[in-house]
Ligand binder design. Structure first.
Ligand SMILES: Nc1ncnc2c1ncn2[C@@H]1O[C@H](COP(=O)(O)OP(=O)(O)O)[C@@H](O)[C@H]1O
Ligand SMILES: [Mg+2]
Length: 300
């Protein structure tokens, strides 16, 4: 089992048509035909959208994405049109709502990895490859790769795992020209972001981008970018290959859910329980810490 523990009802706003309730974001279309993307405080783990929210998460991740879009603006155009709240929208959408170009999304999660961990490590241990790419022997959890690699995945529906695919599969899905453009842009943006993060004492181990084409056929960077939900950041001074690295994401949530304290068996047919206050507080602090370390600006 997986999915939403409690699926939220969309907020109704005159002039906006609700399109989709994603795991974390709600999508609307405005009268101009643009996409209105509203980031919620929802958090997902183990393919579940949990019944507990992390206060301010939506605003922190929206502001962090905006900051990154700016850092990358010379490399790739992005989908943000405006941060102005649509007329009639609830005041609490402020800071977590982006009006974006509505794009024809490429059906590929564009992942770049400079370090080996997660699903990459699992595949490496089975076949010494990641997404079919051969890697040198002797790498361990957290190893730096000889060069960053493009390891695409196909996007799953809510509650399903994304599936790593080969570059050839991407070329079949989107055509060889778009595939090449996705790979090249993903690696260029990752390389820039790696440098920016490193200056701030963080290792950007891997990240996921989503791209789409606009009406003119231009490739545009979309979705959220380089947030702890889409990326693995590790404190550089604690990096030690050969073990799991401390990270700036949902680690407290995952650790608690899989501990005896939660009483939850993720392999049983049951939804996860509500998070305790302490896990919520520590997780919120982690998201804010990531924002502050990257942007150099204190939160609120
Ligand atoms: N500019 C855009 N045009 C169209 N769709 C977009 C754009 N940017 C992001 N999206 C889509 O909006 C959704 C964002 O909501 P999210 O909560 O991340 O949903 P999901 O559960 O599908 O990951 C994603 O499905 C993403 O592909
Ligand atoms: Mg998403």
């Amino acid at each position: 089992m997986s999915g939403f523990v409690e699926k939220p009802e969309p907020v109704e706003v005159p002039g906006l048509v609700h399109l989709h309730t994603g795991k974390v974001r709600d999508l609307y279309q405005n009268e101009a035909g643009d996409l209105v993307m509203v980031a919620s405080d929802r958090i997902s783990a183990y393919d579940w959208v949990l019944p507990t929210e992390i206060p301010d998460k939506g605003r922190v991740l929206t502001q962090l994405s905006l900051w990154w879009f700016d850092q990358l603006a010379d490399l790739v155009p992005n989908h943000v049109l405006s941060t102005t709240l649509p007329e009639g929208a609830p005041a609490d959408w402020q800071g977590r709502t982006l009006v974006c170009k509505s794009l024809e999304m490429a059906p590929v999660e564009c992942v770049a990895r400079g370090y080996l961990t997660g699903s990459g490590l699992v595949e490496y241990e089975e076949s010494r490859t990641v997404c079919g790419l051969a890697l040198p022997p002797g790498l361990v959890n957290g190893s730096e790769l000889p060069a960053a690699i493009f390891t695409p995945a196909t996007k799953a529906a809510v509650g399903d795992h994304d599936e790593n695919v080969s570059y050839e599969e991407v070329a079949r899905l989107v055509g060889p020209e778009t595939a090449a453009e996705l790979r090249q842009t993903t690696l260029a943006v990752y390389s820039r972001a790696l440098d920016v993060a490193r200056e701030r004492g963080l290792i950007l181990a891997d990240t996921k981008f989503e791209f789409g084409h606009d009406a003119e056929g231009t490739l545009i960077l979309a979705d959220e970018v380089l947030t702890p939900d889409s990326s693995r950041y590790w404190p550089a001074d604690e990096w030690e290959p050969g073990r799991a690295q401390p990270s700036f994401d949902k680690q407290f949530v995952r650790d608690w859910l899989t501990s005896d304290a939660s009483g939850w068996d993720r392999h049983a047919e049951q939804p996860p329980p509500a998070l305790p206050e302490e896990v919520v507080t520590r997780t919120r602090a982690k998201y804010i810490e990531a924002y502050e370390r990257l942007t150099g600006v204190s939160w609120g």
